[in-house]
Design a protein around this ligand. Structure first.
Ligand SMILES: [Fe+2]
Ligand SMILES: [Fe+2]
Length: 287
């Protein structure tokens, strides 16, 4: 599958592009791409759910991420890749929503949105890579249930700082660890194809987290980035969500470039484990 080309003109208003991606119901709509003209912001309210129909529709069924020692089985491997692909699609839709719902009045606002659009295009690339790999394994995107977990946070993100805290500094930040971790796992299993996709995703995601950190630093005023980040996170999301399996502070530092922030993040981890220690597994924290 290739991103859908625009047929009639080279340029399209940001609003039409955002709407096509967010409200389009087919997978091809989610790959829509074009040169964007920004123009004035047009008010738009957040839909309850992104447009989805047929095999990419949302499901209430819960599917467990496969256990590590099963990932060599083709179906389990496909399920893992499908889960990564689902996150990419949700990121595409949340980014399209961000282009639409947050006002842009100044050149600076438009620059921020250009950054979102650049991340969105990377997410389209990631989704395409994962779908390509699924196809090689004999599966299609939509063969397993698709959840809306990340999307459900969107209504709480009332401004660009909320959005950047959750999308870049939390979800994409956690994805740094997950991508690094699973790239190693698949490499050790001899699956170079999947490993190299995860490595590509990792490099791009470092840029996406850095983008969010850059803007949060601009907006934070006198606060530290850490305080501003925490103040911008909607309940019940905590910084614990910004760490994935094999949390690697150096990797986060590469993206965030704020040693104080990384130190606080490490310490928060300690507090989290102390307060949550109950003898149970923390597996459920990953989503
Ligand atoms: Fe991505
Ligand atoms: Fe991303």
């Amino acid at each position: 599958m290739q991103p859908r080309p625009l047929e009639n003109s080279d340029k399209i208003n940001y609003f039409e592009l955002g709407r096509m991606i967010l409200e389009g119901e087919n997978l091809s709509d989610k790959f829509f791409t074009a040169h964007v003209e920004w123009g004035e912001w047009k008010e738009k309210t957040l839909p309850r759910l992104p447009g989805r129909s047929g095999r990419i529709g949302f499901s209430d069924k819960q599917v467990k991420f496969p256990k590590m020692n099963c990932l060599h089985e083709v179906e389990k491997k496909a399920l893992a890749i499908h889960s990564f692909a689902n996150h990419e699609l949700l990121a595409i839709e949340m980014m399209a929503a961000a282009l639409l719902i947050y006002p842009h009045y100044t050149d600076e606002d438009v620059r921020f949105k250009k950054g979102i659009l650049s991340s969105l295009k990377d997410e389209q690339k990631h989704l395409l890579l994962y779908i390509g790999r699924l196809n090689q394994l004999g599966f299609e995107f939509g063969d397993f249930p698709l959840n809306d977990f990340f999307w459900r946070q969107m209504e709480k993100l009332k401004n660009m700082a909320h959005y950047s805290s959750v999308m870049a500094l939390t979800f994409e930040a956690a994805n740094l660890d997950f991508a690094q971790y699973y790239a190693k796992v698949f490499k050790q299993m001899g699956d170079e194809e999947t490993a190299s996709i995860l490595e590509t995703v990792l490099e791009d995601e470092i840029g996406h987290v850095a983008f969010g950190a850059h803007w949060m630093k601009k907006w934070k005023g006198d606060k530290s980035l850490w305080d501003y980040y925490q103040a911008s996170l909607p309940w019940p999301i905590t910084p614990a969500r910004s760490k994935g399996i094999g949390f690697d502070p150096q990797l986060h530092q590469r993206a965030v470039n704020d040693p104080h922030f990384i130190l606080q993040l490490c310490e928060f981890d300690d507090q989290f484990h102390i307060t949550k220690r109950s003898g149970k597994s923390h597996e459920g924290d990953k989503s």
